[in-house]
Write a protein that binds this ligand. Structure first.
Ligand code: KIV
Ligand code: NA
Length: 264
C-alpha cells in the first residue's frame, strides 16, 4: 500500500480516476477513513464550526490546527494529509512561512490557503521552501463577512472569469492542488479542464477531479444546517465504515454529487 502523494493525485487525474477526500480531526476517524481508502484527509478549519460550535471558521488558531493535525497524523498510513492555514495566519508571506512550518512539523504533507491573486507570492515562497500548497477558491469561508454570508460564488460571468483566472495563476505560482467550493458546475468543469493540477470540489458538481466532504455532513451529525451539496451516507448505510465505502464508491462511479447536490 503506497502512500498517496501529489504525484499519485496527478496520475489519478490523468487516468480519469475520481478520488475522494474527507475532513478529519482525530486519530480514530482518520484511521477509519484512511483504511477504507479515502485518498486525502484535511484537517479543516471547519473545526471551528463542527468541533468548537462557532458560527464561522474565524476563531480557529494555528495551535488548534496543529493539535488536530498531530492527532490525525497518528491515524494515517496511506492518505495525503492536508492542514488548513487558519484565518489571518498567512496575511503576509512571512506569517505564512512561520505558521505553515508549524503545521508541517505537526505532521501535514501540504497546507491549504484560501484566496487568489493576493496569494501568488505566498504560494511561490512556500513551495520554494519545501511546503506544498493546496489553494482554495470560490466560497472561501474565511471571507464570509466580506461575502455577506455563505453564498455561492462565480454566478455572474465576470466573477466566473475572475475565479478561472485566479485558478490558472495560482497553479502557475506553484500550487499542487486546488479546492473549489460552492461554484456552478460548469465553472468547476472549466477550471478542472484548464488546469494540470487536480481540482477537488465541494458543492461544485461532478466534473472535478476529486470530491471532498466535511465528515460531520457525511455522517449527518452537523448541528444546525446541513449544506444542500452534502449527503448523509450514514442514513443510507447505517454503519460508519459502510458509509465511507459508499461515499468512495459513488464518487468513483460519478453518482455523487448528483444534480440535487449541484448548482448549475
Ligand atoms: O475546512 C474545511 O473543512 C474545508 C473543506 C470544506 C474544503 O476547507
Ligand atoms: Na477550510
Amino acid at each position: 500500500m503506497s502512500k498517496i502523494t501529489s504525484s499519485t493525485l496527478l496520475k489519478f487525474k490523468q487516468e480519469g480516476k475520481k478520488f475522494t477526500s474527507l475532513t478529519a480531526y482525530d486519530a480514530s476517524f482518520a484511521s477509519a477513513f484512511d483504511s477504507e481508502g479515502v485518498d486525502v484527509l484535511l484537517v479543516g478549519d471547519s473545526m471551528g464550526m463542527v468541533l468548537q460550535g462557532h458560527d464561522d471558521t474565524l476563531p480557529v488558531s494555528v495551535e488548534d490546527i496543529a493539535y488536530h493535525t498531530r492527532c490525525v497524523r497518528r491515524g494515517v498510513k496511506r492518505a495525503l494529509l492536508i492542514a488548513d492555514m487558519p484565518f489571518m495566519s498567512y496575511a503576509t508571506p512571512e506569517q505564512a512561512m512561520t505558521n505553515a512550518a508549524i503545521l508541517m512539523q505537526a505532521g501535514a504533507n501540504m497546507v491549504k490557503v484560501e484566496g487568489g491573486h493576493w496569494l501568488l507570492e505566498t504560494v511561490t515562497k512556500l513551495t520554494e521552501r519545501g511546503i506544498p500548497v493546496c489553494a482554495h477558491l470560490g466560497l472561501t469561508p474565511q471571507s464570509v463577512h466580506v461575502f455577506g454570508g455563505f453564498k455561492i460564488q462565480g454566478r455572474d460571468a465576470n466573477n466566473a472569469q475572475r475565479i478561472l483566472d485566479e485558478a490558472k495563476a495560482i497553479e502557475a505560482a506553484g500550487a499542487q492542488l486546488l479546492v473549489v467550493e460552492c461554484i456552478p458546475a460548469p465553472l468547476a468543469k472549466a477550471i478542472s479542464e484548464a488546469l494540470t493540477i487536480p481540482v477537488i470540489g465541494i458543492g461544485a458538481g461532478a466534473d472535478t477531479d476529486g470530491q471532498i466532504l466535511v465528515m460531520h455532513d457525511l455522517l449527518g451529525i452537523s448541528s444546525g444546517y446541513i449544506p444542500r451539496f452534502s449527503k448523509n451516507y450514514l442514513k443510507q448505510t447505517g454503519e460508519i465504515r459502510e458509509a465511507i465505502r459508499a461515499y468512495i464508491d459513488e464518487v468513483e462511479k460519478g453518482i455523487f454529487p448528483g444534480s440535487e447536490h449541484t448548482f448549475s
